[in-house]
Design a protein around this ligand. Structure first.
Ligand code: APR
Length: 251
């Protein structure tokens, strides 16, 4: 029994532009806790205590301890079939775009070279004083605790969008454009609790795209989706891949 009806299948196969919009759920099968699910990251900590500029101002050591712990989980995790299918799809066609809320670096490790990391990347840091940006591992800054700028010695912070902070305008503009021009928006593993990604998906739908949601739970975006697949992305995406590319292998 196919997941996709013929009309949606043909639309996906002929779509000039497809956009994937992913959230923490796509990484949960890689062992990275989501934010709001059972055992979610926020369950044990109040976001206000950790992922805000005020929290960093007040106690940078605590915030760095939390990010060092999260980064270690991400380093140990491996991309799962969900990440790999998206990367494979992007290699097959340059008109398959990826916007992610995730900072865990699993999409690039799965092979996605062009992606928009709306909320930043946990392996990147930026200086609180000058404009320097470093990669923790490549620039030898991947030690626990406070980290300092190699240019001006000021305190470094995670290059992540914290609660109450502005998004990167260039990334946002690009994301709106992609969502406006796509015929299919595939929403994976997001609770649609954060306004910007939710608005991006709604923009695509308003501009005529069909929405496909892969999530074991329903979200407030489910009603505007053409298809909601109640399942894990690591299981549903391979099935969709087989239906869209029946002659392709999975490897
Ligand atoms: N496959 C697909 N979806 C899954 C899976 C899975 N295997 N496991 C869990 N999910 C779903 C959950 O049902 C939930 O709807 O993933 C979603 C995860 O939601 P959140 O934990 O809220 O994560 P996300 O939507 O990415 O959060 C958005 O909020 O805290 C901020 O900046 C943080 O980027 C994050 C943003």
């Amino acid at each position: 029994m196919n997941l996709l009806p013929q009309d949606s299948l043909e639309l996906i196969q002929n779509a000039p532009s497809i956009v994937f919009l992913t959230g923490a759920g796509i990484s949960s099968e890689s062992g990275i806790p989501t934010f709001r699910g059972e055992g979610g990251l926020w369950k044990n900590f109040r976001a206000e205590d950790l992922a805000t500029p005020e929290a960093f101002q007040k106690n940078p050591k605590l915030v760095w301890e939390w990010y060092d712990w999260r980064r270690e989980i991400c380093q140990k995790a491996k991309p799962n079939l969900g990440h790999l299918i998206i990367a494979k799809w992007q290699k097959k066609s340059s008109s398959v775009h990826l916007i992610t809320q995730n900072v865990d670096g699993l999409h690039p490790r799965a092979g996605s070279e062009t992606l928009i990391e709306l909320h930043g990347n946990i392996f990147r840091v930026r200086c609180t004083n000058c404009t320097s940006i470093f990669h923790l591992e490549k620039d030898g800054l991947d030690h626990p605790g406070l980290k300092f700028c190699k240019e001006c010695d000021s305190l470094l912070r995670p290059d992540i969008v914290w609660f109450g902070e502005e998004y990167n305008q260039n990334l946002l503009t690009k994301s709106w454009e992609l969502c406006k021009q796509s015929q299919v928006v595939i929403l994976i593993g997001t609770s649609a609790n954060v306004s910007v990604p939710t608005n991006l998906a709604q923009t695509a739908i308003r501009n005529g795209a069909i929405g496909i949601e892969i999530n074991p739970e329903e979200t407030n975006l489910t009603p505007s989706m053409k298809h909601h697949f109640d399942g894990k992305s690591g299981e549903v995406l391979p099935q969709i891949w087989k239906e869209v590319f029946p002659d392709e292998t999975m490897e």
